[in-house]
Design a protein around this ligand. Sequence first.
Ligand code: XBP
Ligand code: MG
Length: 268
Amino acid sequence: MNTETDNTKSRTTDLKAYIFDVDGTLSNTERDGHRVAFNQAFEEYGLDWHWSVETYGKLLAVTGGKERMKYYVEHFLDKENTPADIEAKIPELHAAKTRHYTELLSTGAIPLRPGVERLIQEARQRGIRLAIATTTTPANVTALLTHTLGADSIDWFEVIAAGDIVPAKKPAPDIYDYALQKMNLSADECIAFEDSENGIKSSVGAKLNTIITVNDYTEDHNFNDASIVLDQMGEPEQPFSVISGDANNASYLDCDLVLQLHQQSTTA
Ligand code: XBP
Ligand code: MG
């Protein structure tokens, strides 16, 4: 056995876990999922608010649904048209939004992005540990996993770090720090998967190498700190496009490429 193979083998053990963002990374949930559910909740509560695809793109600068609604009230509405007690109603409004969102997911309307299931299954076969670090509400993660990968998939993830479990949401690093602490792993033993600037600020803030798959809302974001920026994880029959970085001639993201990217970023 040559030294090169030995090195690769010993390094394989260096990357112990994958930590996934959810919204925009596992699935394109924002435009046709969260946005739709927010609008359904507004209608249910008799509010004449409607978040268009474009408006929602601006609102995505703020992570977290409750925080996003508060920001909308403060920055998008005229004071005279704002119901006096509305900020106090936000938790209730958000609970209704979560109900609409999870109902929507239960119809199977929102699939996983290309390559996500394949990569997760390959990682499981290789004994790579899995976790989630997201801003969204825990019930939303459960609903997405259940209706895409099946109910058992919840247990594939050792830690599901979600929503209000930490006081400061992304771009703060807290949610990734929380996941690392729960797994008892250091940042250099893990890699993060993200889709947005707030997401990579959070993961890099926790000192994690980060692979980016962009979507329509995030393709113009700053990903200078990414290990690679791709349009999607891709499949053997559906190759990714590399937006920036070096994919070593690969055409889809598998565990070998993830490891190579981790090693390239760690030694860079
Ligand atoms: C996702 C979010 C979330 C969802 C809404 O960010 O910002 O707020 O849009 O979920 P990320 P909730 O992908 O970086 O985790 O309404 O449940 O907060
Ligand atoms: Mg995201």
